[in-house]
Design a protein around this ligand. Sequence first.
Ligand SMILES: O=C(CO)[C@H](O)[C@H](O)COP(=O)(O)O
Length: 231
Amino acid sequence: MDAASLKEKVGQAAAAEVETGMRLGIGTGSTAEAFVRALAVRVGEGLRIVGVPTSERTAALCRDLGVPLATLEEVPELDLTVDGADELDSRLRLVKGGGGALLREKIVAAASARMLVIADASKRVESLGAFPLPIEVNGFGIVASLIAIEKAGSLLGLTGCLALRKIGESPFVTDGGHLIVDASFGRIPDPEALSAALHAIPGVVEHGLFLGLASAALLAGPDGIEHVAPH
Ligand SMILES: O=C(CO)[C@H](O)[C@H](O)COP(=O)(O)O
């Protein structure tokens, strides 16, 4: 089965878990988009939900497909967030932010009673870190922040290159107006320690380590959908 079909299947499986009346956080990325498409079908059949999108991109798709939306200000407590991931480990610790939406994704996930991760099974890893860690930074003092991120990594034995994310020649700018640094640290033995160290840097707005947020995952592979709980 190709990657698009796996995303479609897992998007449908996640949409099947949505119950009428739910307040949903709606993730960002190609897998989350497959979920939105399947959710829109159910909304067309009479499912009543309200969704809080994690990016302008997701909001636009939901509007196009007729998925009812609200802001997090209007609906500040959510029942379930469904979102993709770039990596997940057996404890359902995640790396997210490949699509640059990590700040809103984390705010929405933290406002949700449950977070369901949807991905193809190739996203499951023994240790986080093969995927470069996205770090959202304020544009002010970017060089100072880069130096501080490098030092924070090296104090934890993590070395590797930091790259300012670009689209063509221009820096990628997030929905919140910030920049993204992709940190190729390699294997991250202690994600909690790295999370704390990054949070201590004033120019770091947020980072893509999602720790203790995911409640379950649906992973699509050639043999079907696997339901995974953290352990
Ligand atoms: O974190 C994200 C966006 O910021 C995405 O959920 C993550 O990058 C996975 O994307 P995809 O489903 O396209 O592989």
